[in-house]
Design a protein around this ligand. Sequence first.
Ligand code: HEC
Length: 114
Amino acid sequence: MNATRFTKIAMRVIAACALAHVAVAHADEAAGPSPEQIKKGAATYSQNCSPCHGPRMLDPQGAFDLRTFRKDEKNRFLTSVSKGKNQMPPWGGLLSPEDIESLWAYVIAGEKTQ
Ligand code: HEC
């Protein structure tokens, strides 16, 4: 095998790996949060958030109605929850980033999933 042919094969292998990687990354995204993550979020929610946002997000009264939170504003959610907003205390010191991720999973899944 000469050097050029070897290079061509090597390039093809690299390209195939890159494609496979992209496919896997997309599959992860499409699958969304796992049922375990949503369940964990629901538990964290009922402990920490339900006093103000209502049990299972159903009765928010004065606080934000989380059922209406925009699903494409994940970063806003992470920031508001960890740093707080106006009347809402910051949660970053109490909850881990994984806890807050699971809360997001719960919020986008909606209360019906419980
Ligand atoms: C002490 C009452 C209280 C608790 C407990 C509380 N919140 Fe809030 N939350 C509020 C209030 C009030 C607002 C409205 C803030 C504003 O926009 O002025 C709010 C707003 C929000 C918003 C919208 C922020 C935005 O960007 O507009 C999110 C998301 C949120 N809360 C999530 C949570 C989560 C998750 C928890 C549990 C970890 C939680 N909250 C616990 C009172 C509370």
